[in-house]
Design a protein around this ligand. Structure first.
Ligand code: ABU
Length: 489
């Protein structure tokens, strides 16, 4: 039979290109139809909810000793598309990523097809140069004419890189000696981040929190730093946020920069979510002072919809800190006697060895729409957010958590049975149950997806993020009507 013939004939490669390309063509047709046509059509569902046990059976996930025929495999491609969440759908508001950009998607397909590794110039010449150029363009928006940077697997990893660099700058021996014997290091961030995001609190030095509402308080920061020092700790980094995960708050960067300069601390800005406002003349002021930071994390895969993942760490440093801190000098990759300039072997800046190409999708999209196109997208997102806030204020039963800084709209829906009962002892407990019930209903009916969460002493509320490039005002109207319909008791 064919399989044993292939094994016997050593001149026969294992991959049949003609057959593989036919399969790929058919798979592409399914992807176009199921993911990109139906998956963006408001008449279709955002999700096809199944309980895990039922979904496991439907997908027939078990892996077996023998392969399956082509038709069966194409059906599997269809099933994966069918039961996956359609994150490009105009009614997907669940996360800080959403929507689709077709130029970026072409870049994503091309990245996968070329399948290279961003560590040396010899294996990724185009992408080494392209990554440098994209990082340069991003740094320019931050306000730096020089510097360094790297694309990382997500914003949390960018933040960890920043901490690693700050610690290395302060205590370079950490690279040789490890953590043993280090002083008690302190990182500072806002309580909004501590409550709403895991990045700064995992595994790394003690965080100190603030009591302000949603932004870091620079006066409190100064006092907490002094207190930490008086207790024998060594503060080394302040992590500010531009666009907190839940409420989209922006810390006052200029004032925090003054405190960092005073205490000689590394200033990191986690702008994974909010960084894209830098494209907008109207809204870039939210990040006033970002040019004074040492490092900035910015994820274009969020607001700009480049596709996951596209997450840059930008550095003001010009002294090769990234490379000095992370280089392992692997001799099988980074031979110093290569025939080209080895400064283009960027892999030794990374803690990873294999590193995916994340710049192409952003570069192609940037080429397609230009910086002005990105500015328009950001401005439009703010307009949608403003419109939604107005609707929420006008509509009975909707209660805004607070005026938003950004495009995160946080609100409660008060069902008719709870209206006017604010004074009742069980009001907060009952209100806390509303969002989870509406969420279950929306997912089971597949009409939309909106996230909810509690925050501090605030019981479950919805967080609607409106930035996807596929959104129109009609989608804002829909979402309000739909929450009202689903929440009507
Ligand atoms: N990096 C935090 C993302 C959380 C969210 O998508 O809602």
């Amino acid at each position: 039979d064919a399989e044993s013939r292939i094994l016997r004939d050593l001149n026969e490669p294992l991959v049949d290109h003609a057959e593989g390309q036919l399969f790929l063509n058919d798979a592409f047709k399914i992807i176009m139809e199921e993911v990109l046509c139906k998956g963006t059509d408001i008449k279709q569902k955002v999700c096809e909810w199944k309980e895990p046990e039922e979904l496991s059976l439907l997908l027939d996930l078990e892996l077996r000793a023998t392969g399956e025929p082509r038709e069966r495999l194409l059906q599997r491609v269809k099933d994966v598309a069918k039961y996956s969440i359609k994150t490009s759908h105009p009614r997907f508001f669940n996360q800080l990523f959403a929507g689709v950009d077709y130029h970026a998607l072409a870049g994503r397909f091309l990245t996968e097809a070329l399948n290279t590794n961003l560590y040396t110039y010899e294996v990724a010449p185009v992408f080494v140069l392209m990554e440098n150029e994209v990082l340069r363009g991003m740094r320019q928006l931050v306000g730096w004419t020089e510097g360094d940077g790297i694309f990382c697997p997500g914003g949390s990893v960018s933040n960890m890189y920043a901490m690693n660099l700050a610690r290395y700058q302060l205590l370079p021996d950490v690279k040789r000696q490890g953590l043993f014997g280090l002083p008690r290091l302190n990182v500072f961030t806002s309580s909004e981040v501590r409550n709403g995001h895991h990045t700064v609190s995992v595994g790394l030095p003690t965080c100190r929190m603030f009591n302000d509402d949603r932004r870091m308080d620079p006066v409190d920061l100064d006092e907490k730093i002094k207190l930490a020092k008086s207790q024998g700790a060594v503060p080394f980094l302040v992590s500010c946020t531009c666009g907190t995960t839940v409420r989209g708050a922006f810390d006052p960067l200029d004032l925090i920069a003054d405190v960092c300069e005073k205490h000689k601390l590394w200033m990191h800005v986690d702008a994974a979510w909010g960084g894209s406002v830098l494209f907008s003349k109207q809204h870039a002021h939210l990040m006033q002072g970002v040019n004074r930071a040492n490092s900035v994390a910015w994820n274009p895969h969020k607001m700009l919809a480049t596709g996951l993942q596209c997450s840059a760490l930008l550095l003001q440093d010009t002294m090769n800190l990234l490379r000095n801190c992370h280089s392992a000098n692997a001799t099988y990759l980074f031979q110093q006697d290569k025939f080209y300039d080895v400064k283009f072997d960027v892999g030794d800046k990374s803690v990873q060895c294999s590193r995916k190409v994340d710049c192409l999708k952003f570069w192609l999209m940037w080429k397609a729409v230009g910086s002005n196109g990105f500015a328009d997208r950001v401005d439009k997102a703010f307009s949608h957010a403003g419109y939604l806030v107005d609707q929420i204020k006008k509509r009975e039963g909707f209660c805004l958590l607070q005026e938003p800084d950004f495009v995160n709209i946080c609100f409660w829906f008060i069902p008719p049975s709870l209206r006017g009962k604010e004074g009742n002892a069980d009001y907060q407990d009952r209100l806390a149950k509303v969002a989870p019930v509406i969420k279950e209903r929306m997912m089971k009916q597949g009409t939309m997806m909106v996230g909810y969460q509690p925050l501090g002493n605030k019981v479950n509320f919805f967080r609607l993020v409106v930035f996807s490039p596929v959104l129109s005002q009609k989608d804002m109207d829909f979402v309000i009507d739909e929450i009202e319909r689903l929440g009507n008791d």
